[in-house]
Ligand binder design. Sequence first.
Ligand SMILES: [Zn+2]
Length: 392
Amino acid sequence: MNIFRSAIRIIAAAALAGAGGMAFAYKPLYEYIDNLPLQDNRLTWHVWVPGESDDGDAWDPLFHESVRHWNAELPYFNLGSVTRNSEDCTRRSSGSMTARNQVNTVTWRETNCGGGSMEHAAGWALTFVGGAAGARVIEEGDIFFNERFEHAEGGAEQMVFDETSFYAVALHEIGHNLGLGHGYIDAAVMAYGPTHKWRKRLSPDDICGVAVISGKREFCPVALGEAVASNGAATQAHFSGYASADAGATARETLRPWQEFNIYATVLIDPEHRYRPGQLHVVAETEDGQYFARNAEGEWHPYTGGEIPAATPPGDLEHAMELIILGRNGISRGQPTYDPRHGYNLYREALTGIRLDLEGVSLKFWLAYSSAAEPGLLIYGSEPIRVAWTLE
Ligand SMILES: [Zn+2]
C-alpha cells in the first residue's frame, strides 16, 4: 500500500506536533558523484602516530581499531591499516608540497601538507579522486591528526586528545576518506560538532551514507525501500530514515512512551533535480488509515488528498537533504521533573510519546520530494519509517 497513490479520506485532527529543522545529512564530499567506490574497493592506511595519551592509551592501536570498526560495517570494502612510517607529504617538481603521493598516510602534523594551520582542527582528511571520467574512484586518502592536541600545554582553548576523542576523530576522518562530507544528525560520526559530541560508534546514517555514495545501496541499513517516481520513470533518488532514542546513534522501530526520540530522514536527490527548487514532503499514516501531513513549521494537519503540503521551506534541493521529521536534533540535558499525570520523570523540553499522546500508537511516516523542474511529479520511498510507542 502506498499513500501517494491511495484515495485519501477526511479525518479528524490528531495531537501530533513537532519542531523541525532543515539541515544536511550524510553529505557527499564531492557533488555530482553518485557512484564513487574506492579504487579496487580497498584502502590501506600507513599509520605513524607514535605516543600515548596522558592516561597511557597508545594512539596507534586506537587508529587500527577505528579502521576495524568501519570495515566491519562495509562488507563491500576491504579497509586495512599497517603501522608504517611513510612519507605523508611529497615535494612536487614545481617545489610545492602535496599529500597526493599514492600512499595513504596517517600522521601527526602541526600544519597541513601545504603549510596551512591546523590550529582549530582536531583532524584533517584529504581525499583524492581519480580514474577515467566515466569511472571515478577514490584513489587516495590521507589523515593528519593535530599534534597540538596530543598533550596539554595549558590555555583555555587548548584541546587535548584522550582515548575517546582520538578514536572519534579517527572514525570521522576515515569517513571523509570514504567520500562522506559533514552530516547533521547529532550522534552521527560525521556530525561536525564540538568536543562534547565525540562519538565512538557509527550511526545508521554514516553507514548508509557510504553505501549510497559507493553505489552499494543494498547495504544501507535504514533504506526506505526502492525510490519510485509517480510517473513511473526511473529515478536515481534514494530515501532513508529512522527513529532513534539516542539522537541517531541507533535505529529503533519501538519506543517507550517516556523516551525522548527523534525521527530522521535523509534523501539523496536525483541528479536531474539537484540545485533546483523543490521540497520534501512527509505524511504520517495511522493504524486505522488516517493521514497527517507535516508543514515546513513542523505542524501536522489532516491530509485529505490533493497536493501534499511541503515539509520544508521553499528553496533549492541539494545533493542530499535531511529532515528531522519529529523531535529536536539531540537529547535534552538537565534535571528531569516528575509528571504526576503519568508517574514518570520527564525532561522538561523533551519530545516524548507521552507528550504527544502517542502511547500505544503505531505510525508510518512516508517520505517524498517534489521538484519545480517537473511539476506534479512526486519521488518517494516505497517503504515508510515505522514507529510504535509501546510498553510491550
Ligand atoms: Zn570533518
